[in-house]
Unconditional design. Sequence first.
Length: 249
Amino acid sequence: MLATIQYNSKKLQIDLSKPIDISIPLEASKSNVNAWYIEEPKIEPVKDGEWIASVLEGASINFNNIYFNPHGHGTHTECVGHITKEVHSINQNLKQFFFLAEVITVAPENLNGDFVISKKQIQYAIGNKKRDAVVIRTIPNTNDKLTKQYSHTNPPYLLEDAAEYLRKKGIKHLLIDLPSVDKEKDDGELLAHHAFWNTKGKLRLDATITEFVFVPNTVVDGTYFLNLQIAPFENDASPSKPVLYKIIE
């Protein structure tokens, strides 16, 4: 199903029948991807006395409660409210959902025992391209990312100047396949978050960070049309489902 879309001053043709979902599913399992020292998600039927809201248990419906943390249990999109005293909701601040995105692949570099993504690496990968969003895939890129337990592992992260560069380049939406753009244990500095959202200047209320994506190796680097889908949570972050579409030349 081909669709022609007028985006800014350009006409883009995309194939709607071939979406590329780069989200990680959330399931009630210890193998669910996890970070920030929390237990696995829970999906449980409602109980009322001896009645259990499960067809398997004799009820006429399945009626589950779901317990999860958007930051720690999978693909999520967050706004500046993640790091501000003021309450800012992702649902109130993300009002557009289609963007021109560049997928780039980066091999984090060793810096004082940490693996980091530098400004130079991102500059080289993006070049002079002007995009609304960037999707960062780190290597090695294995299916372990779908179930990895990240707590206490010191995953790779984005250096402050790399996040600042993305902000100055006009990138509004940063997507990455790691649990955070910042170092796991940084004494709460969150340098990349602050740099990207410009907390020392005019806050970028309409800018977002999406973490815990997974970009399959079959997806080549390049330009895509991104549909960034969120659930309408009045919260700093929401579980999300970013979907890429190839642009047909």
